[in-house]
Design a protein around this ligand. Structure first.
Ligand code: AAT
Length: 292
């Protein structure tokens, strides 16, 4: 109800809840895959919720979308072919469109209803779909990746929901193996990788699978996103065997990109300093993910 706090509880963050004050419920529906809710919050603008989990808010989406797109794309020279997994809101596409070297942006989103709802309620994210380089594939990314020719992409960005429901397989070994296969030598993967405060085991599992699967480098980075549980989100960055990738020092700095403002807005969060800083890990995380 308007004026009430909406609480977000989930077994993925037991013993705590986060909450946002509701101004107005804008959309409520159920797709073949998940429950979809859009509401106007008092503090963070419009919010997209899938199966009771906040996916984005207008105020802080910049942090997540800019980081998940530019951490990988600024780590390689002139990325050309990019695949986005999930990301049906269009925000990651909007960020990729700043890179004028990119020729093809494939996106594989499982839920057409997410795309349609975002078209209506989040035009400043949906704008990403209007880039003529974008090719939309509606379907399960696990299946899509099985048919991708070996070495097709320079970068794969997995902007998927938490591993409950349709995204479960996106954190499992076979999925990482198919992404590695779909990347060219020295290609990069950037995967949404949960919260270092809440999901150490999941992060450890993903890191150990990726250290075996990706023969280049494997790193963990993080950023502050206040509307995500515990207020932070992580990113797993991996490269395949080939020309070495130094994720910590972007070779393709965003400040030098000419197409940077093509999507019609300034960057709000990401810059080259934030890029390098994102790989600095708290001591407990270093130990737990055994980075050292
Ligand atoms: N950019 C905003 C945030 C998201 S959206 C995640 C998207 O992944 C959803 O639209 C969902 O439908 C899609 N998805 C889930 N599983 C699959 C799949 N198997 N194949 C293709 N698309 C899929 C993520 C926010 C992260 C929140 C962190 N707590």
């Amino acid at each position: 109800k308007a004026g009430n706090l909406m609480y977000f509880n989930n077994p993925m963050w037991p013993g705590e809840a986060h909450s946002l004050k509701v101004e107005n419920i804008l959309f409520q529906g159920k797709s073949e895959f998940q429950e979809i809710l859009v509401f106007e919050s008092s503090a963070y603008g419009k919010v997209l919720v899938l199966d009771g989990i906040v996916q984005l808010s207008e105020k802080d989406e910049c942090a997540y979308q800019e980081m998940i797109a530019h951490l990988p794309l600024c780590s390689i020279e002139s990325p050309k072919r990019v695949l986005v997994v999930g990301g049906g809101d269009g925000g990651v596409l909007r960020e990729i469109s700043r890179h004028s070297s990119v020729e093809l942006i494939d996106i594989c989103e499982i839920d057409k209803m997410v795309i349609d709802v975002c078209k209506k309620y989040f035009p400043q994210l949906y704008v990403g779909f209007e880039d003529p380089r974008v090719r939309l594939h509606v379907g399960d990314a696990v299946e899509f990746l099985r048919h991708v020719p070996e070495g097709k992409y320079d970068a794969i960005i997995v902007d998927s929901s938490d591993p409950v429901g349709p995204a479960q397989e996106l954190v499992e070994r076979p999925f990482f193996e198919t992404t590695a296969r779909a990347l060219r030598p020295g290609g990069v993967l950037c995967n949404m990788a949960e919260s270092m405060w809440l999901h150490t085991h999941l992060i450890q599992d993903m890191l150990s699978i990726c250290r075996e699967t990706f023969k280049g480098s494997v790193h963990y980075a993080w950023a502050s996103v206040p509307t995500y549980p515990s207020g932070v989100i992580g990113f797993l960055l991996c490269s395949t065997e080939g020309p070495p990738v130094d994720f910590l020092h972007p070779v393709n700095p965003i400040e030098k990109l000419e197409g940077n403002l093509k999507c019609g807005r300034e960057l709000r969060f990401y810059n080259s300093e934030i890029h390098s800083a994102a790989f600095a890990l708290p001591s407990f995380v270093r130990r737990e993910v055994s980075i050292l």
